[in-house]
Unconditional design. Structure first.
Length: 226
């Protein structure tokens, strides 16, 4: 049994960009907790997606937390613009920040929450020292870059080890997972200790409404949470 409240963070990367505002409003009504915004620069990852103007455009469409995942090099150059656009959480990749503490302090100085993400092959040791200073640790369960990839089972052990460290040290940092999360994979991630579930293609797809998709994801956790 998991006592923490599990949060759902739909990734708008899989939404219909032609009606992005409506889709953000739909997941808000359907009970999502965060809106996850995947920013890619064509360098840190191969694809280019969206930037601060899109964050600013969706800001009035929801009162939910805008959880901005920066898959970009030199994030320190962009943080202020994203904060000004309305981001509530700015998550950078440890792999992209040689001076991670400085970047985290910069994020905090902008008055927003600070997150740090690790790719599947990056060891936990990269963030152990910074955990007390951050609000969110994002464990990638696919190689970042594209929606719709298969969940990498091997990361479950890393999630469990991070959960143990956070609990032992009494840290409030949220543990978020991102990539290949669905009704099939979510229970394993939550059992290992994930608290925030990012889901793109499992929520925005042609098979079902976003409301039905979120309900199905929640139902998959049925026996796990109280
Ligand atoms: C991957 C992104 C994810 C992705 C999730 O690089 O960070 O947020 O869009 O999409 P699904 O849930 O389809 O794997
Ligand atoms: Zn993401």
């Amino acid at each position: 049994m998991v006592s923490r409240e599990i949060k759902i963070a739909p990734s708008i990367l899989s939404a219909d960009f032609a009606r992005l505002g409506e889709q953000v409003a739909e997941v808000t009504t359907a009970g999502a907790h965060y809106i996850h915004v995947d920013v890619m620069d064509g360098h840190f990852v191969p694809q280019i997606t969206i930037g601060p103007p899109v964050v600013a455009a969706i800001r009035p469409c929801t009162n939910l937390t805008l959880d901005v995942h920066l898959m970009i090099e030199r994030p320190e150059l962009q943080l202020e613009q994203f904060a000004r656009a309305g981001a509530d959480i700015l998550t950078v990749h440890a792999e992209a920040c040689p001076d991670l503490r400085k970047v985290v302090e910069q994020i905090k100085g902008l008055g927003v929450k600070a997150g740090v993400s690790l790719n599947p092959a990056t060891p936990l040791a990269m963030i152990e020292e910074i955990l007390p200073a951050i609000d969110l640790a994002l464990m990638m369960t696919v190689n970042p870059g594209f929606a719709g990839q298969a969940f990498i089972e091997e990361v479950v052990d890393k999630i469990a080890r991070l959960r143990q460290i956070l609990d032992e040290r009494g840290l409030a940092c949220e543990l978020e997972v991102d990539g290949g999360i669905s009704a099939q994979t979510a229970p394993g991630a939550v059992r290992a200790g994930a608290q925030v579930l990012v889901a793109g293609s499992a929520i925005f797809n042609r098979r079902e409404s976003v409301g039905d998709a979120i309900a199905r994801l929640r139902a998959s956790l049925g026996g796990l949470t109280d």
